[in-house]
Design a protein around this ligand. Sequence first.
Ligand code: S3P
Length: 450
Amino acid sequence: MRLLAIARQRDAAIQETSIDSVAGLAGSVRVPGDKSISHRSIMLGAIAEGDTHISGFLEGADALATLAAFEAMGVPIDQLGDGKLIVKGRGLHGLQAPVESLYVGNSGTSMRLLAGLLAGQSFSSTLTGDVSLTGRPMNRVALPLREMGAEIVTAPEGRPPLAIAGKAALHGIDYVLPIASAQVKSCLLLAGLYASGRTTVTEPAPTRDHTERMLQGFGYVVERNGPTASVLGGGKLTATAIDIPADISSAAFFLVAGSITPNSEITLQHVGINPTRTGVIDILKLMGADITLTKLRDVGGEPVADLVVRSAQLHGIDIPPALVPLAIDEFPAIFIAAACATGRTVLTGAEELRVKESDRIQAMVDGLLALGVDVRGTDDGAIIEGGPIGAGLDNASINCHHDHRIAMAFAIASAQAQCDIEIQDCDNIVTSFPNFVELACQLGLSLELA
Ligand code: S3P
C-alpha cells in the first residue's frame, strides 16, 4: 500500500494566500490504546486466575499477534469489539503446548516478552516473525534466559526464530542490563515468575515500567528499588479489570503535527502519561512546543491526561541523552519536528534506533534527504538543520522500510512540506495505529491511501 500525503502548502497556493493564514489542524481525538500495555494485558491476563476484563485494547496487528499466540496456547479470549476483551486466565501453569510455531509478525515486544514466559513452560515452542523481525537481535533475551537455565536455540547471530525447549527448570538470577530495554527487563521478570528464588533486574536508565505496574495490579509482589525490580517465583496472579489509555507513541505524531502547523489546536484525549513514556513531551517542550496537560487522573495504576497542543515556532536543541529511553519510539516524529525547527538539533545516545522495526536513524535521514533537508546520521543519532521541507520539488518518494512509525512520521511532514510526499509500503501502520489516516484527515491533514 502507498500513502499519498498532500502538501499543506498546496492549499495555500490554491487559496492564493500565505501558508500562515491557511486554517490549521483542529479537533479532539482519542488515538488507539497503548501498544505496550495491550500486549501485557493479554499476557498477564492469560496466566492469571479468573477473567480479566480489558477495555481500550489496541486492535492493531502487533497486539493481535500476542492475542493469537495465547489463543494457540489454549487461552479463551472473548473479543467483544471496540477494544473490549475478556481473557479467561488459565493460571501460571495452565497454558497448553501450541500445535504450530507461534508467528508474531512484526512485533518485537511479543517475541521478547513471550520468550521469557515460554522459557518457564513445561512444553517446547518456537517463535517466528516477519522479515523485519527476523533481522532483529534476540541474544539480548536469549543470553540472560540461558543464565536462568533456559534452553533456547536461535538462528545465526542470535536472530529469530527462537526454539525454546520445555521442561527447563529456571532459577532466579541477578542481572544488570547492558542496554536500557523494557523488553529485556520484562522478559526476565516474566521468566522470573517461573524461576526458583528471586529474579532481579537492574537497568542502566529508566525504561517503561508497565510490566512492573501491571504485575502489581494482578496482585503479584514486585520489589522496586531505584533502577532495580525483582520478583520471587511461584506466586499467583489474580484477574483484574484493565482500562488501557491511549498510546502516547501514537499521540506523538499529532503533538508534532499540531506544533509545526500554524493556527492549530488539537486535543488528544485520555493519553497515558506514565513518566517512563513522556520524554517526547519534554523534548518538544525544550524545543518550544506549546503542550498542556489537563484532567490528570490515575486509571488502574497508570497516569492519564488529555493533552492540548497548539502551534509554536520550534527551535533546535541538543536532545538530553537521559531523555532518549523515555522517548525511544517517538524519534521518527521528533526528527520531523527538528526539520521544521529553526536551527540545529543534535541527537546522541540513540544507537538503539538502529535495531528497531527498521534502522530508524538511516530511514529518517534518507527520507529527509529526499525532501531536501540538511541532515546527517551519526553512529548514535543525527544532526538535523531545520529548514524548508521539499523546497523546489513537486513530490518526493519515501521508503519507510515497512516501518509503521517512519511511514506516519513522513505523513505528518506534509503539514509543513512544499511538495507532496508519497510513502511506499506503508501497510504496517496497522501494527500500532490502524485508524491513523482517518484521524489525521479528521484533524485536517490530506492523506490518501492507494
Ligand atoms: C517496548 C519497549 C521498547 C519499545 C517497543 C515497546 C515494550 O523496546 O521500543 O516499541 O513494550 O516493552 P526496547 O525494550 O527494545 O527498547
